[in-house]
Design a protein around this ligand. Structure first.
Ligand code: DGJ
Length: 714
C-alpha cells in the first residue's frame, strides 16, 4: 500500500501466514531487501512440520493468532462452545476496491473513490468456521491508512469473540520512544514520552468512555525525533468507549503495536451467520516529527472525519453561564448576562446545566428534559427569542445519557438504569447511567431531546456526560451476552447521535464529559468540537491544548476565559494571557461579564474584535507547535492561514525569572522569501528572518505573561 509519504508492505509466507514486512517512509518500489531471516530459536515452537527455523513466535504477523505458538499478545481471541480457545488464521485471498464502505453503526472516516482505496484481506480458521476480514483504507493523498476488522461466523455453531483488536503491526526494530497522553478530570492529556524497553507499555480505559485518564492515542517515535523531524508512527482509535493500546517488545527486539476494543467486559457472542465489525484505527506515519504527525491528523479529520455544515465553518464566539451562575439563575440574570455579551460582540449565548426538572444541584432531574418553570417562567422558546433579538445565537446544555434517582423518569422507569441484578448501584456525581444498550431507552433519549430541539429555536447543543460506567450489565440481554453491554452502550450512543445530528443538521453540537473526558475521534464524527477541560486556568490550559493538538485541530477545542482566582487552581493570571490561551483555540467566555470592571470589559471587547480578525487563521489555518510547556517555562505556537497570507503567533512565559534570558520566537510554516508586516507594530520582516533568526521578545517582569503577534504577507 502506497501513500504520498509512506509504504506499507505485507507478505504471505508459506502460502498461508499473513506477515508484516514494512511500514514507514515511502519506498518507490520494493524489491525484497527486507527479506525474512529464518533461524531456529529456543522455545519458539514450529507449526506444520519439522522446520525448526519457522515459528509463529518469531514471525512478524499482521493479525496475530492465539494458542499455537506465538506467545506475544494476540490480536483476537475466541471461545468455542466446546470450550476451546485456540485459533489459527490462514490467508484466503484479497480484494481491492475503490472508495470505502460505511462501518455499520460506527463513526469512521469517509472519502470518495478519488480519495481512498480499500484492500480487504480474508483470513480463515477452518476448524471453527471463522472468517476474519482485515480492512485497510488507503488515503494516499493524505498519507493515512485506516484499519478495521470484520469477523464472520461461517459455521453452524455460535462462537464467542473474547478479543477483537482493530490493528496490529509488528516492527522488526526496537529503537523507539513511546508517547501517550494521560490525565484526570481538570488535568486532561499530559504528554508522556518514555523509552520503549522490554515488556509491554499498555494504556487503556475500562471506564465505559474513552476517558480523561488515558487517550486512545499512541505514538512510536525515533529517539531523535522531535517536533520538526524524525520518524513518528501515530495511531488513534475512532471510538468513545473502552479501549486498549499497547507496544510490546519481544525477546528479539521486535515491537508489536496494537489498538482496539478492550477485551475486559468486551466479548461478543456471535451466532452462526452473524458478523461483528470492529471500530476503526487511524494510522499515520511521517518523517517530519510531531508537527508533521499533527498536520496529517488535522487535515485528515477536517476532510474525512468531521461532518456537516459546521465542520469547516467558522465557529461562533460564545458565552456560557455555567461559571457565572452555576444552578442559581433566573431569567433576569440570564438576560443581563446575555445583554452584556451582545454589547461586547459575543455571538452565541449558551444556557448550561440547571434549566430542566427541578435541578438546583447536581443530584436531581437528569432525564426530565422539560423546562423548570420556576427558573424560566416564560419557557425556552421565549428565552431563545430574547437572545436572538439581541443578535446572538442560542445554545442549550443536555446530559442525555444520565438519570437521577430523584427524577420523574426514574420514578416511572427504574429499569432504564444500567445495573446488575441483585446488586446496589454505584453512584457517580449523584447520578446513574441509562442503559443505552436498550433500543427503547435510546429512543426515549432521542424523543425527549428531539422535543426540545424541535420546539425551541436552538443553534447549539452542549452534550455533556459526567460519570463513568459501573454495573455494566443489562436485563435485556442473555447471560452469554453480558460481555457485550459496554460496547452496546457506545453503539446506542452512536445511534442517538446519528439520529439527532442528522435530524438537526443546522445545530452546532459540542461534546463534553466533565471537560475533555471524552475528547476522541469517535465523538468528533458527530460533534465537530468538544469542551477541552473544566480547568480554564491559563497555565494548565497551555499544556492541555498543546497536547490535545497532537491529533486534534485547535478549532475542535472549546477554550474559554474565566474568572480569577481560577476556580480549579486558585491561580491569578492576567486577563490578556487568559485571552491569548483561549484565542489559540475555539474561543469563548465563561464568567459573569457584569462583574467585570469597565477596564476589563474594554480588554474583553478588544479580545473579541481581535479574535474575529484572526479567527479564520486560527480555526482553518495550519497549526505549528514551537515551544513545549511540558518541558519548561515557555509555550509558543503559531498559525498560518491556508493562503499563507496571515500568520498569528503566541508567546507565553509562565514564571518571571531573575537574570531572565531574552527569548526568541522562531515562527514556522512561513514562505521564506516572502515579506510579512507585523500588523500591530507596522514593521516588515522576511519570512526567512522570522523563521530562522526569530523575533526578540521584550523582557517583562511579570508572571504568566503572554504576547500575540499578527503578520500579513506584504
Ligand atoms: C461538566 C461540564 O464540563 C461543565 O462545563 C458544566 O457543563 C457542568 N458539567 C454542568 O453540570
Amino acid at each position: 500500500m502506497q501513500t504520498q509519504e509512506s509504504s506499507y508492505i505485507m507478505q504471505v509466507v508459506r502460502g498461508k501466514y499473513l506477515s508484516h514486512l514494512y511500514w514507514g517512509r515511502r519506498v518507490e518500489k520494493y524489491r525484497g531487501s527486507r527479506a525474512m531471516i529464518w533461524k531456529d530459536r529456543g522455545f519458539a515452537p514450529n507449526p506444520d512440520d519439522t522446520d525448526r527455523s519457522f515459528s509463529l513466535d518469531t514471525l512478524p504477523q499482521e493479525y496475530p493468532q492465539t494458542g499455537n505458538g506465538d506467545f506475544r499478545t494476540c490480536a483476537y481471541g475466541v471461545r468455542q462452545e466446546n470450550g476451546s480457545r485456540i485459533s489459527s488464521l490462514y490467508y484466503d485471498g484479497y480484494e481491492i476496491r475503490p472508495g470505502k464502505r460505511k462501518l455499520q453503526g460506527l463513526p469512521a472516516s469517509f472519502g470518495s473513490p478519488e480519495d481512498v482505496d480499500t484492500l480487504v484481506i480474508r483470513l480463515r480458521d477452518d476448524v471453527i468456521g471463522l472468517v476474519v476480514e482485515l480492512e485497510y483504507n488507503v488515503f494516499d493523498q493524505r498519507s493515512i491508512i485506516t484499519r478495521s476488522v470484520r469477523f464472520y461466523n461461517d459455521s453452524q455453531c455460535p462462537v464467542t469473540l473474547t478479543k477483537m483488536l482493530s490493528m496490529s503491526v509488528d516492527f522488526r526494530e526496537q529503537e523507539f520512544d513511546v508517547l501517550t497522553l494521560y490525565g484526570a478530570h481538570n488535568n486532561e492529556r499530559n504528554m508522556d514520552r518514555r523509552p520503549l524497553t522490554s515488556g509491554i507499555v499498555q494504556i487503556e480505559s475500562i471506564r465505559g468512555t474513552s476517558s480523561p485518564q488515558q487517550s486512545p492515542f499512541l505514538a512510536l517515535m525515533r529517539k531523535h525525533a522531535d517536533e520538526d523531524q524524525g520518524d513518528v508512527y501515530g495511531v488513534q482509535f475512532v471510538y468513545s468507549g473502552n479501549f486498549l493500546a499497547s507496544a510490546q517488545v519481544d525477546a528479539f527486539q521486535n515491537v508489536r503495536l496494537q489498538m482496539g476494543l478492550h477485551p475486559w467486559n468486551g466479548e461478543w457472542y456471535l451466532h452462526a451467520g452473524e458478523t461483528f465489525q470492529t471500530p476503526e484505527v487511524i494510522m499515520a506515519y511521517t518523517h517530519e516529527g510531531l508537527n508533521g504527525l499533527s498536520h496529517l491528523f488535522h487535515t485528515f479529520y477536517r476532510n474525512h472525519l468531521m461532518r456537516g455544515k459546521h465542520a469547516n465553518a467558522l465557529r461562533p464566539i460564545l458565552v456560557n453561564n455555567w461559571e457565572a451562575t452555576f444552578f442559581q439563575f433566573t431569567e433576569d440574570k440570564l438576560l443581563a448576562l446575555a445583554q452584556k455579551a451582545a454589547e461586547v460582540g459575543i455571538e452565541l449565548f449558551v444556557l448550561d446545566d440547571g434549566w430542566f426538572g427541578h435541578r438546583d444541584g447536581d443530584n436531581s432531574s437528569l432525564g426530565d428534559w422539560f423546562v423548570d418553570q420556576r427558573k424560566l417562567p416564560h419557557g425556552l422558546p421565549w428565552l431563545a427569542d430574547q437572545i436572538h433579538g439581541m443578535g446572538m445565537q442560542f445554545g442549550l446544555w443536555f446530559e442525555p445519557e444520565m438519570i437521577s434517582q430523584d427524577s420523574q423518569l426514574y420514578r416511572e422507569h427504574p429499569d432504564y438504569v444500567l445495573h446488575a441484578q441483585g446488586r446496589p448501584y454505584t453512584i457517580g456525581r449523584g447520578q446513574l447511567v441509562l442503559d443505552l444498550s436498550r433500543k427503547d431507552v435510546c429512543d426515549y433519549v432521542i424523543d425527549s431531546v428531539r422535543t426540545i430541539l424541535a420546539d425551541t429555536d436552538i443553534d447549539y447543543v452542549k452534550w455533556d456526560m459526567n460519570r463513568h460506567l459501573t454495573e455494566v450489565e443489562s436485563g435485556a440481554y442473555a447471560p452469554c451476552q453480558q460481555g457485550e453491554i459496554a460496547h452496546r452502550y457506545v453503539l446506542g450512543l452512536y445511534y442517538i447521535l446519528e439520529t439527532l445530528t442528522s435530524e438537526f443538521p443546522d445545530i452546532l453540537f459540542e461534546g463534553c464529559s466533565s471537560g475533555g473526558g471524552r475528547f476522541d475521534a469517535g465523538m468528533l464524527y458527530y460533534m465537530p468540537q468538544s469542551w477541552c477541560s473544566d480547568n480554564t486556568d491559563a497555565v494548565c490550559r497551555m499544556k492541555i491544548q498543546y497536547a490535545t493538538s497532537l491529533t486534534f485541530p485547535p478549532v475542535t477545542m472549546g477554550a474559554h476565559v474565566s474568572v480569577v482566582p481560577n476556580q480549579q487552581t486558585g491561580r491569578v493570571t492576567p486577563l490578556e494571557t487568559r485571552g491569548n490561551v483561549a484565542m489559540s483555540a475555539n474561543f469563548g467566555y465563561e464568567l459573569d461579564l457584569n462583574a467585570l470592571s469597565q477596564q476589563e470589559l474594554n480588554v474583553v471587547k478588544e479580545q473579541i474584535a481581535r479574535y474575529k480578525e484572526i479567527r479564520d487563521t486560527v480555526q482553518n489555518g495550519t497549526f505549528y507547535r514551537i515551544k513545549n510547556p511540558f518541558e519548561g517555562n515557555l509555550a509558543q505556537w503559531n498559525f498560518v492561514s491556508q493562503d499563507k497570507n496571515h500568520v498569528v503567533a503566541f508567546h507565553f512565559e509562565i514564571l518571571s525569572q531573575p537574570a531572565a534570558p531574552v527569548q526568541l520566537l522562531k515562527l514556522k510554516g512561513l514562505e521564506a522569501d516572502a515579506l510579512y508586516r507585523d500588523v500591530d507594530r507596522g514593521t516588515v520582516y522576511g519570512g526567512d528572518e522570522l523563521m530562522y533568526a526569530g523575533i526578540s521578545i521584550p523582557l517583562k517582569k511579570q508572571d504568566f505573561r503572554s504576547e500575540c503577534y499578527r503578520f500579513e504577507k506584504v
